[in-house]
Unconditional design. Structure first.
Length: 453
RNA sequence: GGUAACGUGGCGGAAUGGUUACGCAGAGGAUUGCAAAUCCUUGUAUCCCGGUUCGAUUCCGGGCGUUACCUCCA
């Protein structure tokens, strides 16, 4: 496809034409999970958003020309805390949560990134980077801690539009005695005996909260790459600090040319938080909804917007997919999605606009030829929907039903007997009984079929 | 207090300097024993006040409101 991709760049705050440094190697880094607790629906949003961006980039530049890196942060104070609370070993917690994270990715039908590096497997790189920062006077050691000296980096605050003087004037930040200034942030800190630690020039310790992304993005994507993504909340301080570290260590003008941030998921218009108890874990949806339902729900709002999560949203998505599955037809041979239908995705990943186009393609498919059905299905497949066969979709629904298929068929027999005898009262009663159990009966021609409501 | 995003019909949610979003729900009709499904038809909207303009929901300014970030967080 010839048309250009446009993306909203947080750095600068406007929508820009996307131009990769090297079209034969488009590079994207997305901040992955810190594996300390089960992933929730808020974590799911960037997974799906950047999965779609990955697909768009591959469509534009070619499958083998896009490198997507998503890290796993498996060393962090929250992990230490979480393991303590659950009274399990740190290693057990991180492997368990990483496993669950991968299950969630499969459930949501997200493609595997090109690389999924773990922080703990790249500690030496972080130590090297910290060494460089100290050597260049961008960092200082004090009492086994190493801090980044924010005053040494002129562009600090440029990404998040923050003025350092104002930012820390009130000092709501905990000021450590070891820091020179409150805005400085930790690169390395000492570990207690029972805490995970690695030997370093500053003693046994562990890395700070931001350095892992700087080290791993450099390893896989180089000093400057094309896209860096993550949730809005990472904009400050995480991404600001990443930029400071990387640019000082690498001595260059840009870490990533594009910064993309997805909005939050709220519940009843409030941010999900543990204290409010309004967290929806992804695995909580496994039983009730096919992963595609959750995926479509996540795509129903533009990624930049906040989105309010509700049952109604899921039910609507379920209904839409039910309808769409009626005309699913696996493409045979090469089928192209018309450019004009693809347009919204190229314009800042406008998934709701694209979904609207799918509805139009559906209309055509429902009245048109097999080819139309194939185009429609292809359009769904592009954003990770309707890939699994209809039989599987129906099977999932059957499995969550509380009534067996035999019982249903028996009830239908009973009802049809009643109908033959013109005992419509009884027939309607049976139908309503089934409806209460979520089974909908349809009389078509001479045959009675059933489906899940 | 600082920084940002947002405010579109009953709901969800795009786009746009002048013309149908789209989906769900609703209404009417065809069909049906009644329904369901399907098909056809259909109503309803751009927070407030200024400015720019022939014309603004769209651009600019102000106000009000919502939310987020500034502290670990997708």
């Amino acid at each position: 496809m010839n048309r250009d991709i446009y993306l909203s760049n947080s750095l600068g705050g406007r929508k820009e034409k996307f131009k990769p440094i090297n079209p034969k190697k488009v590079r994207m880094y997305v901040c992955g999970p810190t594996v300390y607790d089960d992933p929730h629906i808020g974590n799911a949003r960037p997974l799906v958003v950047f999965d779609i961006l990955f697909k768009i980039l591959k469509c534009k530049f070619g499958n083998s020309s896009v490198v997507y890196v998503r890290n796993i942060t498996d060393v962090d104070d929250k992990i230490i805390e979480g393991a303590k609370q659950k009274k399990i070993l740190i290693n057990k917690l991180t492997t368990d949560i990483t496993k669950r994270f991968n299950e969630d990715c499969d459930y949501l039908n997200c493609e595997k990134p090109s690389f999924e590096p773990k922080a703990t497997e790249n500690i030496p790189l972080m130590i090297d980077m910290i060494k460089i920062l100290i050597k260049k006077n961008n960092a200082y050691e004090n009492n086994s801690h190493v801090y980044f000296d924010v005053s040494s980096f002129k562009d600090y605050g440029k990404l998040s539009n923050k003025n350092v003087d104002q930012l820390f004037a009130g000092a709501r930040v905990e000021v450590s005695e070891n820091k020179k200034r409150p805005e400085d942030f930790v690169l390395w800190k000492p570990s207690l005996k029972e805490e995970p630690g690695w030997d370093s020039p500053w003693g046994r310790g562990r890395p700070g909260w931001h350095i892992e992304c700087s080290a791993m993005s450099k390893k896989y994507l180089g000093d400057t790459f094309d896209i860096h993504g993550g949730g809005r909340d990472l904009l400050f301080p995480h991404h600001e600090n990443e930029i400071a570290q990387s640019r000082c260590a690498n001595d260059n003008k840009s870490l990533s040319n594009f910064w993309i941030h997805n909005g939050f998921i709220t519940v009843s218009n409030e941010k999900m938080s543990k204290s409010l108890g309004n967290i929806y874990k992804i695995k909580d949806f496994y039983k009730k909804y096919n992963g595609q339902v959750v995926r479509l729900a996540l795509m129903s709002t533009h990624y930049k917007q906040a989105m309010d999560w509700s049952d109604d949203l899921l039910l609507q998505s379920q209904k839409t997919l039910d309808k769409w599955y009626e005309h699913q037809k696996k493409p045979e041979g090469k089928v192209l999605i018309p450019d004009e239908d693809l347009n919204p995705l190229y314009d800042d990943i406008n998934t709701p606009g694209y979904i609207s186009n799918i509805h139009k393609l559906y209309d055509k498919a429902s009245k048109g030829s097999d080819k139309d059905k194939e185009i429609f299905t292809m359009a769904c497949n592009f954003i990770g929907l309707l890939i699994e066969p209809k039989s599987k979709w129906l099977e999932f629904k059957k499995n969550i039903l509380e009534i067996s298929e035999e019982e249903i068929l028996q009830k239908i027999k009973d009802r049809n007997k009643a109908r033959d005898n013109k005992n419509y009262e009884l027939a309607d009663k049976i139908r309503n009984e089934l409806l209460d159990k979520g089974v909908l009966i349809e009389d078509k021609d001479d045959k009675t079929t059933w489906k899940i409501k």
